[in-house]
Ligand binder design. Sequence first.
Ligand code: NAD
Ligand code: WQD
Length: 337
Amino acid sequence: MRILVTGGAGYIGSHTCLELLESGYEVVVVDNLCNSNMESLRRVQDLTGKTVRFYEGDVRDEELLRKIFAENQIDCCIHFAGLKAVGESVAQPWRYYDNNLNATIVLTKVMQEVGMQNLIFSSSATVYTEGNPMPLRETARTGGCTNPYGWTKYMTEQILMDLCRAEKAWSVCLLRYFNPIGAHKSGMIGEDPQGIPNNLMPYVTQVAVGRREQLSVFGNDYDTHDGTGVRDYIHVVDLAKGHVAAVKYVMNHTGCEAFNLGTGTGYSVLDLVNTFQQVNNISVPYRITDRRPGDLAVCYAAPDKSAELLGWKAEKNLADMCRDAWNWQSKNPKGYQ
Ligand code: NAD
Ligand code: WQD
């Protein structure tokens, strides 16, 4: 079976390519490298001893997609390609709506033309409306997003649900990721953000490696056990394995189904920082600052539906995530550069 992975050179995409290859799938990647480096896929090939067929280009390029489908017998597509920085999406909304929505529209149009209608989409816990009770189930209210990035995920889910209603041959999984962190145990591939990291773990690892002076902990007056924000951190390798499970699911079903990919356990910012310091025996200087606008106090998943229907469960704990994130960063202080 051959899987087309859009955005496959990126953080989650590269880990998923590796797990797909290890599970015996053939992998074709399309990526315009706007937020990634070909080096990730070179290393995936080294680690697996297998080849990835790579097309450099934009998923919005209809002719390129036709060429890829003509040259490869594709059975299923995993669609990671998208822009993902929340703050940037507020400053550049048009760029986010254009990239994230048109990529999906062009991709599904060409898939429909060639009659390959199995799709897995990278959605996010950000689609859930603020105020839902925790843990978040897939049936919780969605919408009311606080930024354009979140809206692109919400709108793409809507497009794909409508498509499945209209065209009964389609099979779509909407995978709602919680907070992916960590890296492959080899330390050869990992998260390599450009510029100042927006997310907690890459900031922590860059402080630990000496690239940044100290971490700002955004608020310690939330209604949580230590006052700092609580999230459902999930090891990126567990997340990647969730995609392999979803491939099996889409190939045997039709219609559109949403799944949470999280562990079901919430940890605070200080839980993560303390665990990181302990398991890696390294200090991470931090100071408490104001809350970051738009942040929730608590967010974690109910992962039962994924366990039941995908047969998938996260296996790695917070210590594994911290150890593997540091293994990657310490071996690659400047990322893929
Ligand atoms: P990433 O930026 O590392 O990977 C995205 C990849 O897509 C990059 O390689 C980028 O070059 C490519 N890309 C972007 N637009 C493209 C286009 N128009 N054509 C071709 N390639 C394009 O990000 P990631 O963390 O691996 O995230 C992958 C997906 O998962 C994204 O859709 C993201 O929104 C979603 N997601 C990520 C998180 C997270 O915390 N990392 C959480 C929830 C959802
Ligand atoms: C985690 C916790 C912060 C940085 C974001 C997106 C979401 C999804 C995942 C794509 C929070 C705190 C952070 C720092 C800190 N992405 N923090 N200091 O905000 O849960 O989710 O990434 O879909 O859409 O919004 O993740 O890693 O930014 O923050 O104290 O320097 O760490 O306040 O409590 P978040 P995060």
